[in-house]
Design a protein around this ligand. Structure first.
Ligand code: SAM
Ligand code: SF4
Length: 345
């Protein structure tokens, strides 16, 4: 049982670690149009620093680790990190979220190093559209990566899809149908207000309820209980092998069950994705702080977790009823100051 308990009696046993703030894609809902400024190489935590945080975190009760980014497979020698995390005895579950571009190259090495699972982000199954959403990505490359991950035994394979109104929402059923014949988990994620003010607009986001009813027009959904389910709620379509998950950060937020904190690539602990509060670990790590001091900062980060977020303000009125001014001030208030690629989604 974790010793990390926040002020609202939530047990924190999950650390999401962003290992890089760079990416080889520039998805339109994640990155601002004019790109992001990235940190200098020496501002990014080294593997030794990340491993030190993880070892101390594990002593406090961290049991589950997800490696993310930016694009984690762009970080040199990533399999070394996976292998080293795997050797921390307390860590029971080690996964990665990737855009899959380099998965074909690394899937076997990653599995060999001890990675348990991957989530691959794909927002369209139409090559031209995929290219448009990712500003240049090649769908075939990612599908080859998925096939390699499956062959390498990175199981269960999860696909993350962010439906955006007028962009890819006509593909919700095509994604859902992927679960008919394979053991894949397809997870639909509500669009969150990050990236750029230009892109984010309440008119663009589709609620979980809307996604669900689109899928239910094809086949009824039966709830599935998983041992480790995190914030997603899972269902199976009648006759399907795989399952469908919904991550409803905005409309059915899951703050009461939140069990995670995040470590950004530049060494800040972010207690809540939707709060700008960050605790600086890097300075401590680079000024000879003792393990006890790092432990104190980790505990402080857990204590700094807010009870919840108020993003549902963006949803409470039907989006089209917002007047332009209210809408833009709401978006500005809620827009995350760091893009997702710099937090580690
Ligand atoms: N590059 C990797 C990838 O794309 O999987 C890992 C980092 S990415 C920030 C992690 C996840 O965040 C992806 O599944 C992506 O779709 C999701 N994401 C990014 N921006 C988002 C947004 N504004 N709303 C919802 N999900 C978002
Ligand atoms: Fe890169 Fe992932 Fe953001 Fe797309 S969602 S730009 S792949 S970090």
């Amino acid at each position: 049982m974790s010793n990390l308990k926040d002020n609202f009696f939530r047990i924190i046993d999950y650390l999401r670690v962003s290992v890089i703030d760079r990416c080889n894609l520039r998805c339109i809902y994640c990155m601002p149009t004019d790109g992001i400024t990235t940190e200098r190489h020496d501002e990014i935590l080294s593997y030794e620093e990340i491993l030190r945080v993880l070892r101390i975190g594990a002593r406090l009760g961290v049991r589950k680790v997800r490696i993310t980014g930016g694009e984690p497979l762009m970080r040199k020698n990533i399999t070394f990190l996976i292998d080293s995390i795997k050797s921390i005895p307390e860590i029971e579950d080690l996964s990665m979220t990737t855009n899959g571009v380099l998965l074909n190259k690394y899937a076997h090495e990653l599995a060999h190093a001890g990675l348990d699972r991957v989530n691959v982000s794909i927002d369209s199954l139409i090559p031209e559209r995929y290219k448009q959403i990712t500003r240049g990505g090649d769908l075939d490359v990612v599908l080859n990566g998925l096939a390699s991950a499956e062959k390498a035994g990175l199981d269960p394979l999860k696909i993350n899809m962010v439906p955006v109104s007028g962009l890819n929402d006509d593909e919700i059923l095509d994604f859902a149908k992927l679960t008919f014949n394979t053991n894949v988990q397809v997870r639909f994620i509500e669009l969150m207000p990050s990236g750029s003010v230009d892109f984010w607009d309440p008119d663009k986001y589709i609620t979980t309820d809307q996604i669900r009813s689109t899928i239910e027009s094809l086949a009824p959904l039966t709830p599935v209980r998983l041992r480790r389910h995190g914030p997603a709620k899972y269902y199976r379509m009648k006759g399907a092998k795989g399952i469908i998950g919904f991550i409803s950060a905005i409309t059915h937020h899951f703050c009461e069950d939140c069990n995670r904190i995040r470590l950004t690539a530049d060494g800040k602990i972010r207690p809540c994705l939707f709060s700008e509060t960050e605790i600086d670990l890097k300075t401590a790590l680079r000024t000879d702080a003792s393990d006890l001091e790092i432990e104190r900062l980790l505990r402080l980060s857990v204590e700094a977790k807010p009870k919840g977020h108020s993003l549902d303000e963006l949803h409470q009125n039907p989006p089209r009823e917002y007047d332009k001014h209210v809408k833009s001030s709401l978006i500005t208030n809620h827009l995350m100051k760091r893009p997702m690629s710099k937090i580690g989604g």
